[in-house]
Design a binder for this molecule. Structure first.
Ligand SMILES: NC(=O)c1ccc[n+]([C@@H]2O[C@H](COP(=O)([O-])OP(=O)(O)OC[C@H]3O[C@@H](n4cnc5c(N)ncnc54)[C@H](O)[C@@H]3O)[C@@H](O)[C@H]2O)c1
Length: 266
């Protein structure tokens, strides 16, 4: 049975994957927050990602890491630095030392948030982060590229759009960015199994108004089954959709927070 570590296992996506993957793989569940006790084929490790000794112990025998752990929105620099920079580095380093084959890094659309919505992206463009959080995701992608090229720790970086609880779009922007839990689980499974060296893949469901072409998705064999279009008409305009900076940019309201420049194109 393949052994998969999920960091950030107490979070929204981590809990969703744990429930779906029970019995499919042996799971090593890592988080600094409290988690449900271990079930069959599960190991629960409560530690900080930056605790390199604990991370190295937890990593023994792991085949693949799904690295979700970290601050998942904009936050003060010290928090981003500790979890998303130092914690991310220690996770990759523990994986390298343990001979892990594949790491799936939960990146974000906020690594490219300042691109206009009218610009379709492939993943090959320079990053344009919209927050300190987005900068930390660009760092994680760079780290993944480095570990793949130098150490053969192959990687898939997922620029996840919007995964929510409840499992449905909540703003007009989400009609472009939403990914269902079912599609996200499939995307991460394909990212674990696909025969690739390094990929950046956008993570959205099959949304008619999506901004991200699906070439890399096809390369890893991801075929979304859901679509935000099913919620069209039921999603009402949110205050974020009216924000004059947010409304034309892919990162939405993240582009507007702390912004002293306005919506002027580059
Ligand atoms: N949900 C989305 O729409 C979305 C979109 C883009 C990217 N992502 C990324 O996917 C990942 C998971 O997202 P989520 O929605 O489940 O987030 P979440 O906030 O629900 O879960 C993150 C988990 O990481 C843990 N964590 C944070 N810092 C830690 C540290 N230093 N040591 C140990 N554990 C730590 C938290 O305790 C939490 O349980 C995150 O990296 C997030 O940035 C999510």
């Amino acid at each position: 049975m393949k052994k998969v570590m999920i960091t950030g296992a107490a979070g929204l996506i981590g809990r969703m994957l744990r429930a779906r993957w029970q019995g499919q793989w042996a799971l090593v569940l890592v988080d600094r927050a409290e988690m449900e006790p271990a079930g069959p084929h599960e190991t629960v490790v409560r530690c900080d990602l930056s605790d390199h000794a604990a991370m190295q112990r937890a990593m023994q025998g792991v085949d693949a890491v799904v690295h979700l752990g970290g601050i998942s929105t904009e936050a003060p620099w010290a928090d981003i630095r500790d979890s998303n920079i130092e914690g991310c580095y220690q996770t990759f380093e523990a994986a390298r030392l343990a001979g892990v084959r594949r790491i799936v890094f939960a990146s974000s659309n906020h690594a490219i948030g300042f691109y206009p919505r009218s610009t379709p992206l492939t993943g090959a463009e320079p990053v344009r982060p919209d927050t300190r959080y987005g900068v930390s995701k660009a760092f994680g992608e760079a780290l993944a590229s480095y570990y793949a090229d130098k150490f053969g720790l192959t990687a898939v970086c997922l620029r996840i759009g919007t995964a929510r609880s409840p499992d449905e779009p909540g703003e007009l922007r989400h009609l472009s960015t939403w990914i269902s839990h079912r599609d996200l689980a499939q995307l991460i499974e394909r990212s674990i199994e696909a025969d690739v060296h390094f990929e950046i893949v956008f993570g959205a469901s099959n949304n008619r108004e999506g901004w991200w072409p699906d070439e890399a998705q096809r390369r890893i064999g991801y075929a979304p089954q859901d679509s935000a279009d099913d919620w069209r008409g039921r999603v009402t305009e949110h205050a974020n959709d009216r924000d004059p900076i947010a409304r034309d940019l892919q990162g939405g309201i993240y582009c507007s927070w702390e912004n002293t420049r306005g919506a002027t194109p580059r």
